[in-house]
Write a protein that binds this ligand. Structure first.
Ligand SMILES: C[S@@+](CC[C@H](N)C(=O)[O-])C[C@H]1O[C@@H](n2cnc3c(N)ncnc32)[C@H](O)[C@@H]1O
Length: 404
């Protein structure tokens, strides 16, 4: 199978290995009787299975990796537990047969799937179908590898079996994964989600989460979420409803809206007239005969758009893209320190790139919203609603949901 990834710098097999602290936290977050069979379909160097071997010495462990040089036995196996390793493609439709086991029998699966987008293969549809996940995406090119590995693990687990995963930000917070989260919360029990600090994986800035699922037992209305702090301590727990988890399940965002929600009632959406992105791409700026305001043009601690971006009446005649008008609030939606790049349009219209959001609110709330967004709590709230692997960004929808 050919595996592809959009990013040129990314590892083609998604080989980002887990820190032992995270492996231990994942294994200890799974509250089960000693399992008889434990599987890891992306074992790599064995960071997850090593912790499991230490905890459940009498279990049988089945490990798989596509890479021939993967060396899962380099770790300590103090009790000489039974470990069977296979060099296989874990996304094979007939995987159980190749591993000499039966579908629907494993007690526990651990998995840190590769962060890649696999080139589509007809068998993937059947894998998703059997795991009841085939309906969650409209387009097959939207299906990340994680989803296929989750499906394959669900096929191998028995009813009531546990799945301990490490998943990237998009699945946990992205709007386009809502249908997936709904299916997960409706058909299974998501018992725990722990947000991990950025840069916990060497060689990548990706944000990731520990997720623990029990197969086929949707018996709880609440999900426990937590955050592993930079200090190595776990935050207090927060219980969230499955309804809220369908929107997103990240602690940093939910704890913020929980606190803010207790004090504040009004959301930006309640007072907004419009929110939209600019239409010019940044590379067009040089070739145009009028200035286009971009994320690099915000001035630190300046309330208004710099004077050289104000469009004269003559310039406005050439404009085809959307433009901001006096009273609009401009917010960088992406890039470094985006949550500190906010300013007002004062006297003249301004052309903007697609990296900027234009927020137009009812005039009587304009200064209140602007003061909130530029305050330290506004900065934290913007940071909390951002998502994305590597470059973080905010969406119009999440901006409108902020309480001020
Ligand atoms: C993110 S690493 C995780 C490794 C280890 N479990 C950990 O947590 O440190 C993903 C692993 O999946 C393996 N992998 C990628 N595609 C695979 C496939 N189709 N079948 C089996 N293993 C695969 C990679 O070689 C890599 O070792």
């Amino acid at each position: 199978m050919i595996l592809t990834n959009n990013s040129k710098n990314a590892d083609p097999l998604g080989r980002y290995y887990t820190d032992p602290i995270v492996g231990s936290l994942l294994v200890n977050s799974i509250d089960i009787e000693p399992p008889s069979t434990v599987i890891d379909l992306c074992v790599g160097k064995g960071a997850l299975i090593e912790e499991a071997v230490r905890k459940w010495s009498d279990s049988t462990f089945i490990t798989v990796d596509i890479e021939k040089n993967s060396s899962p036995f380099s770790f300590n196996n103090p009790n000489n537990s039974q470990i069977f390793h296979y060099t296989e493609n874990s996304l094979n439709l007939n995987l159980a047969e190749r591993l000499g086991i039966k579908w629907g029998q494993a007690d526990l699966a651990l998995c840190n799937p590769p962060y890649i987008r696999p080139k589509w293969n007809k068998q993937f549809f059947e894998i998703l179908e059997e795991a009841n996940l085939s309906h969650v995406f409209q387009k097959k090119q939207d299906i990340p590898a994680d989803m296929l590995f989750i499906a394959q693990n669900l096929r191998l687990l028995k009813k009531g079996g546990s799945l301990g995963l490490i998943l990237p930000d998009g699945i946990i917070t992205g709007e386009k994964y809502q249908s997936f989260r709904k299916t997960l919360c409706t058909n299974h029990r998501v018992s725990k989600v722990i947000e991990l600090p950025r840069r916990i994986f060497k060689k990548t800035d990706a944000k990731a989460y520990i997720v623990v699922i029990t197969k086929d037992i949707p018996d709880s209305d609440f999900i426990t979420i937590q955050r592993l702090e930079e200090s190595g301590n776990l935050s207090p727990q927060l219980q969230i409803s499955t309804e809220s988890a369908i929107k997103r399940i990240d602690y940093s965002y939910l704890v913020q809206s929980h606190k803010i929600g207790q004090q504040k009632k009004r959301s930006i959406g309640d007072v907004a007239l419009e929110v939209f992105r600019g239409t010019y791409i940044s590379s067009e700026r040089k070739s145009n005969n009028f200035p286009i305001f971009h994320t690099t043009d915000f001035l630190t601690n300046k309330r208004y758009v710099p004077a050289n971006y104000k469009l004269t009446l003559e310039m406005q005649k050439n404009i085809q893209g959307v433009i901001a008008i006096p009273g609009d609030i401009l917010i960088a939606r992406v890039g470094r320190n985006f949550n500190k790049k906010i300013c007002l349009v004062d006297t003249k219209k301004v052309a903007i790139t697609d990296c900027i959001l234009v927020l137009r609110v009812q005039p009587k709330y304009r200064l209140e919203v602007f003061s909130f967004l530029t305050s330290s709590s506004g900065g934290i709230a913007l940071e909390a609603i951002s998502h994305g692997v590597g470059a973080k960004f905010i969406t119009p929808k999440s901006l409108l949901e902020l309480k001020f």
